[in-house]
Design a protein around this ligand. Structure first.
Ligand SMILES: [Zn+2]
Length: 109
């Protein structure tokens, strides 16, 4: 067996701190299944991810809210058929409205 240099990167095991090859599936010292540790997001990624989640909630919330208002308005003003039509209209308005809120949050938030 020769003492060839390898270019494999060694990291400290997440669980025991021992030297483990970055590509190792398990730690040879403690047998940890995740020697590299759980995937860590940097703060910027984490923040963007948070915004993304909030955006989804805004989009769904605005769609539900607008179609709800449309449904109510249509039911009061026109009746059952109107409720359906205005509800659909509300959903059509709600999606871009939520989108605009999301974009402005990204720009000014
Ligand atoms: Zn270990």
């Amino acid at each position: 067996m020769t003492n060839r240099r390898t270019h494999r990167e060694l990291i400290g095991c997440y669980d025991c701190g021992g030297n483990v090859s970055f590509s190792a599936v398990t730690c040879p010292h403690c047998g940890s299944p995740e020697p590299a540790g759980p995937y860590l997001q940097n703060p910027k990624e984490r923040r963007l991810h948070g915004i993304e989640e909030k955006n989804d909630q805004t989009l769904i919330g605005m769609t539900v809210l607008c179609s709800g208002i449309g449904l109510f308005y249509g039911a009061v003003m026109v009746g059952t058929l109107g409720a359906f039509g205005y509800g659909l209209l509300g959903a059509v308005i709600g999606v871009p409205a939520g989108f605009i809120i999301n974009v402005s949050r990204r720009l000014f938030g």
